[in-house]
Design a protein around this ligand. Structure first.
Ligand code: PEP
Ligand code: MG
Length: 570
């Protein structure tokens, strides 16, 4: 009798729109938990033991550094931050002290990292996000001290679905991306490192998929990142249904037409970028321009404030790559989840509510001045008929006085199109005043949801609150669009919500005139818009706003879609 293996569906949260069918490659770090701290005393001379441990730490740091320099975008920046953690003198001192006090090198590394991990977790906010990096440094150093390979990455030899508890950026960097068909993790969140890196590389990804880390090597799985489902032991029918859905999505989303509803209401479809490489990738893309250039990403690993002369070539390069298309450049959004060492402040209790984004003008006005000088030069060096394709906006604006001040500074440098981001509820409520002296606004729905719902955007346990579908967030977007309509000033959205096809319909119905997202998400948003009229979008927006919570708002929109659209997205 042959064994019949039942298929089973694991439901997680998907990132991206891709599908994959491949065997599992179970990715485990060699040391996932600290061992007993009462390790027997060792007979190695403490000085020799310290030297051996420091060598292992440096070896790990320089390996990560090499990976960082052969990576780009967010992965590069995250890896550089991990290198900085490994080379932190406070960590070296703590480990050395523990060895001097009689602990073995392995135990000293484990206990010391645990000590820092507890501190980081207690600090909350961005520091708590670094705990995975600390553990990945620990695992690598301990493996080296024990004379073992750093991890299993080199054993990945056939196209596979990587299943793991969680993947640190260092783990991701070590993987041969050409062989990674999809990534599935038990932990992590849709805004975590794994998700960001997978989205950037176009790898289908499902996070928070319970039980996925225990799947055995070689188990066949079918992953649908759009629905967040992982079918374990799929039947032949399930595999062919998934592959044909993937094929249909691919065919239907091949259009490169400018974004518009079925009845021709234009909605510009733009891309979010952070590096020069991202801009190069757009040179052939159907994106109608850049809707958010996160300039702080350029300077994550810079130890000094970049001068106007250092900045200008970056901006010029991006403007050139985009040809005649529009580029919305955001001034440095430093602080909270995007720390820059040269824009560092004394420890703040609540960095997300502290001196971040535009507020840095209070303490370091020269930063904004240098950047506006560089951007003004860029504008002035363009042919006259192209100058208004460079739009410049400030992040984290809270009052109309801030918006007016920013507009005055930017215009003094010859920048023609000046705008601000609406990310703070106060700015949305007073959008009519905020818009008085500026030309456009762009809604940062990530931060707008965070501040409206008082839910830390880095906190994976609060994702139900931290949701742009929350009717309170939709109300603030509606208020902003209303003000934009009255003053005939464009209102865009550049937070993650713009990449959600259902939400794109709602935003369009609310009056948003451009949607900016990761380039990967553009085809599906273009497709769904082209299947709905503006009146339908308005009805969907009204239905969503009528609901009491995020889930019912999403369901209300879903239930009004036609069967063909639904089966395409399911
Ligand atoms: C946002 O807050 O929605 C946004 C686009 O800005 P960032 O994600 O860079 O804070
Ligand atoms: Mg923001």
């Amino acid at each position: 009798m042959t064994d019949v293996v039942e298929s089973l569906v694991i439901q997680g949260q998907g990132i991206g729109h891709g599908c994959a069918v491949a065997p599992v490659f179970r990715f485990t770090a060699n040391n996932s938990a600290p061992r007993n701290s009462d390790a027997p005393p060792h007979d190695e001379n403490p000085q020799t033991a310290i030297a051996r441990t420091m060598d292992a730490i440096e070896c790990v740091a320089s390996d990560l550094n090499q990976h960082a320099h052969s990576s780009d975008g967010d992965l590069r920046n995250i890896l550089l931050a991990t290198v900085a953690i490994a080379r932190d003198p406070a960590l070296a001192d703590d480990i050395s002290q523990r060895i001097t006090d009689g602990q073995s090198p392995t135990s000293a590394v484990e206990m010391s990292i645990e000590h820092f991990a507890t501190m980081f977790s207690a600090a909350g906010g961005p520091l708590s996000q670094r705990v995975t990096d600390l553990y990945s440094v620990r695992d690598r150093v301990v493996s080296l001290l024990d004379g073992r390979a750093i991890n299993r990455a080199s054993e990945l030899t056939i196209p596979s679905v990587i299943c793991a508890e969680d993947l640190s950026p260092a783990d991701t960097a070590a993987l041969n991306v050409k062989l990674v068909r999809a990534i599935v993790t038990e932990q992590g969140g849709t805004t975590g490192h794994t998700a960001i890196i997978a989205a950037q590389r176009g790898i289908p990804c499902v996070v928070r998929a319970p039980g996925s880390a225990s799947l055995a090597d070689g188990t066949l799985v079918a992953v649908d990142a759009y629905t967040g489902s992982v079918i374990v032991h799929p039947t032949d029918e399930q595999v062919s249904a998934l592959l044909s859905k993937a094929h249909n999505r691919h065919v239907a989303t091949k259009s490169t037409a400018p974004g518009a509803t079925q009845d021709g209401h234009a909605v510009a479809l733009l891309a979010n970028i952070g590096t020069s490489q991202d801009a190069t990738d757009l040179s052939e893309s159907a994106a109608q321009g850049v809707g958010l250039f996160r300039t702080e990403v350029l300077f994550f690993d810079s130890s000094h404030a970049p001068s106007r002369h250092e900045q200008l070539p970056h901006y010029r390069f991006v403007a050139e790559q985009l040809g005649e298309r529009k580029v919305v450049i955001r001034t440095l959004d430093a602080g909270a989840d995007k720390p820059l060492s040269f824009a560092h402040h004394d420890i703040e209790e609540n960095p997300a509510l502290g001196v971040r984004g535009y507020r840095l003008v209070r303490t370091m006005p020269e930063l904004l001045e240098e950047q506006l000088a560089a951007l003004g030069t860029l504008v002035q060096q363009l042919p006259t008929n192209q100058r208004d394709r460079i739009w410049v906006m400030a992040p984290m604006i809270s009052t109309s006085a801030e918006a007016t001040h920013f507009a005055r500074l930017a215009r003094a440098h010859g920048i023609e199109r000046v705008g601000v981001m609406i990310e703070v509820p106060a700015a949305a409520l007073r959008a009519h005043e905020i818009m008085r002296d500026i030309d456009f606004v762009s809604i940062g729905s990530n931060d707008l949801a965070q501040y409206t719902m008082a839910a830390d955007r880095m906190h994976t346990g609060l994702s139900d609150l931290l949701d742009a579908w929350q009717p309170a967030v939709l109300d603030l977007i509606a208020a902003t669009c209303e003000a934009g309509k009255r003053q005939a000033k464009p209102v865009g959205v550049c937070g993650e919500s713009a990449a959600d096809p259902l939400m794109a319909l709602v935003l369009t119905g609310l009056g948003v005139s451009s949607l900016s997202m990761s380039p990967d998400a553009l085809p599906l948003v273009r497709w769904i818009l082209s299947r709905h009229t503006i009146a339908q979008c308005q009805d969907l927006a009204a239905a969503a706003r009528n609901c009491a919570d995020a889930e019912s708002a999403r369901n209300a929109v879903w239930s009004q879609l036609d069967q063909e659209t639904r089966s395409f997205l399911m």
